[in-house]
Design a protein around this ligand. Structure first.
Ligand code: PRX
Length: 638
């Protein structure tokens, strides 16, 4: 069986692409007609990139959870929707059929309703990777609340920033989360965050690690107690709230060049269509297959390709609580063997890390169930691509390199497994409906092949971000003001002789560390919070495993008590507190001054070269306020 919107050959791809170029609205409307709507839309697409304003399927009424759950019940109620593998290989796995998922989501929707959550309210979800996380996400959508999932690795301060920005009224969390050998005290982190978040009236705590927690009277309640109440009340089915296609579904915070992370907003109708369509087509999903996306639901990849995309297509989605290297570097392969996984979707950083451990960790595991391999999050180097293709895919599985962003909601440029050609380290061709263009320094479109430039998108697609929460102007200036009438991605790309796209990386001040986006300004602000720090500048440098590492140049006035190492530890601790451990610099160099122009602007270009070890090509430094600092920095490089 295939899906009515599935592209099944190169010819069909070309035809779909041409159709989407001629009339994007009509192209997506045809696809949307295969999904469940309570009321059909009046207009497929209205847009301008000046305000910007994009509206898909205006007037359409629906609830994304009816599409992801209810509509599968009749024929596929007994198909597993979610399979969960614990962090602990010896703990029993859990599996929820579509029917069971329906029941759990309805139950928790009642819990949310009992705790005062209404349509349009914001709910912050800060949990580990357990099925209850997916259930909480879906229940928010079902009651019409807007979820804001915060990754479990973020600090109390980062959570507080996100809760305040969204003015969330309810938080759903766990006592703690298991990740590898670690036990992360999530509830404790929430308690610290909530000191500065008066908007939060209720905290629902799910039991996972049994870490002792303090429960605040009148504010905190246990997930399990709330479920029991619903059972006692005899509440079962929860009719989904009817939403407008353009009603917000969720906010997800992501880093940019400047300021604090911004809340990217996605909507019910467009996100539903785009995630299911791209899921089916890039992986060429066949009903019954097991799809294993190794991301965390705290990131966009988990939203789109653990929860909404697969469930929208009635697929079986496997979620994993742990990490690839614990208890050893064979964990992924053991899971693939255990569940006979068909599609494995992971990050280049994980592949490079596992490659470093050696192929002996693959031995003894049956991987022949695998049919498609995927990567996402950062450019994949050829060596890692070949290792993955050869050792994991045994040279018989297509590797799809999927390029996209939090803002795009789903995959934009990728080969379609086995349908369009794969080229190592190339994301290759745009998905049908996606129209990339390359722009040069003068702002002109670079036409033809064998060219490079800044990557922009010409027409809207259903899951384009609609706004940045509470600050539409920021959305405009960030994405739509650099080039008129285009969405600017922040990435650079080249288009080779065959029209294949290769993403070369960010062209702004955003780093990609282990596939996670981190703004240099954010890290600098965190470092500068340390009392002894006068000023700092952060740049990226090539890192074998992480893709990019974080290099911080720091002017420190505190005196090191003869121990620079201790000061470094202090600074790392500060960054951990302010943002979270993921943003800790890999290298800290103490400097006396930073290279600045006469107008006081830090010359990052020079610092980047130094961090990359290319000190011979620093370029012109004569325009600097004090060219002498550069030499000193070169000498002191760590
Ligand atoms: O630079 C691109 C890189 O990741 C950025 C988006 O990060 P985020 O919003 O966190 O979403 C990551 C998961 C979709 C992009 O601007 N990126 C993502 N996928 C690829 C990639 N770079 C190269 N190749 C990819 N396949």
């Amino acid at each position: 069986m295939s899906y009515p919107y599935q592209v099944k050959s190169l010819e069909e791809y070309k035809a779909a692409y041409a159709k989407s170029e001629a009339d994007p609205g009509a192209f997506w409307a045809e696809i949307a007609s295969h999904f469940s709507w309570r009321k059909k839309w009046d207009t497929a697409l209205e847009w301008n990139f000046t305000e910007p304003k994009v509206e898909w399927f205006k007037g359409g009424r629906l609830n994304i959870t009816e599409n992801c759950i209810d509509r599968h019940l009749e024929k596929n109620g007994n198909t597993p929707a979610l399979i969960w593998e614990s962090n602990d290989p010896d703990e029993a796995h859990r599996s929820l059929t579509y029917r069971q998922l329906y029941e759990k989501v309805c139950q928790f929707s009642h819990v949310l309703r009992n705790n005062g959550v209404k349509k349009g309210d914001r709910v912050c979800i800060y949990m580990g990777m357990i099925p209850e996380l997916a259930i909480a996400v879906l229940a928010c959508a079902r009651v019409g609340a807007i979820h804001s999932v915060v990754f479990g690795g973020f600090s109390a301060q980062s959570i507080a920033d996100r809760i305040q920005d969204a003015q969330a009224t309810v938080v759903v969390t766990c006592d703690g989360a298991f990740r590898g050998a670690k036990d992360i005290p999530l509830k404790g982190m929430i308690d610290d965050a909530l000191v500065t978040c008066p908007s939060v009236k209720r905290v629902i705590v799910c039991t996972r690690t049994r870490t002792p927690v303090s429960m605040i009277k009148g504010r905190d309640t246990w997930w399990e107690d709330e479920i029991r109440k619903v059972e006692t009340q005899g509440l079962t089915d929860f009719p989904a709230e009817e939403m407008d296609s353009e009603d917000p579904l969720f906010i997800l915070y992501t880093s940019g060049s400047t300021g604090k992370p911004k809340g990217v907003v996605h909507t019910h109708g467009g996100f539903m269509i785009f995630t299911a369509y791209t899921f089916v087509n890039m992986f060429q999903y066949k009903p019954g297959e097991i799809h294993f996306c190794t991301a965390d639901i705290g990131w966009i990849t988990g939203h789109s390709y653990i929860v909404y995309g697969p469930l929208g297509a009635g697929a079986t989605s496997l979620m994993f609580e742990g990490v690839p290297t614990w208890p050893d570097a064979g964990r992924f392969w053991q899971i693939v063997d255990k569940y006979k996984v068909n599609i494995l979707y992971t990050a280049p950083t994980a592949i490079r890390s596992l490659m470093g451990y050696g192929t002996q960790y693959l031995e003894g595991y049956q991987l022949d169930s695998l049919r498609v391999l995927g990567t996402v999050g950062e450019p994949i180097n050829e060596e890692a691509w070949h290792w993955y293709h050869k050792n994991v895919g045994k040279e018989k599985c297509p590797v799809v390199d999927t390029w996209w962003q939090t803002e795009t909601g789903g995959t934009m440029i990728s080969n379609l497994a086995g349908i369009t050609p794969a080229v190592p380290s190339f994301a290759t061709l745009p998905m049908p409906g996606i129209h990339p263009v390359l722009i040069d320094e003068k702002g002109e479109e670079v036409k033809g092949n064998g060219v490079s430039g800044n990557l922009c998108i010409k027409y809207p697609w259903p899951a384009i971000l609609r706004t940045t929460y509470g600050d539409h102007e920021r959305c405009r200036t960030n994405y739509f003001a650099t080039y008129s009438n285009l969405y600017f991605t922040g990435d650079g790309a080249l288009r080779d002789e065959n029209g294949m796209y290769r993403i070369t990386g960010r062209v702004d001040d955003v780093l990609n560390v282990s596939g996670h986006r981190i703004g240099t300004a954010e890290v600098e602000n965190a470092i500068n919070m340390h009392t002894g720090v006068v000023e700092s500048a952060v740049v990226g440098f090539p890192h074998d495993i992480k893709g990019q590492g974080i290099y911080a140049f720091v002017i420190y006035s505190g005196g090191h008590s003869n121990d620079e190492q201790l000061t470094r530890q202090d600074i790392l601790q500060t960054v951990s507190r302010v943002i979270g451990p993921i943003a800790k610099p890999d290298k800290i160099q103490f400097v006396k001054g930073l290279p600045k122009t006469r107008s006081g602007k830090i010359m990052r270009r020079i610092l980047r070269k130094i961090a990359e070890g290319e000190t011979a090509q620093l370029g012109d430094t004569t325009t600097l306020l004090d060219p002498g600092v550069v030499e000193e920095i070169v000498v002191g490089k760590v």
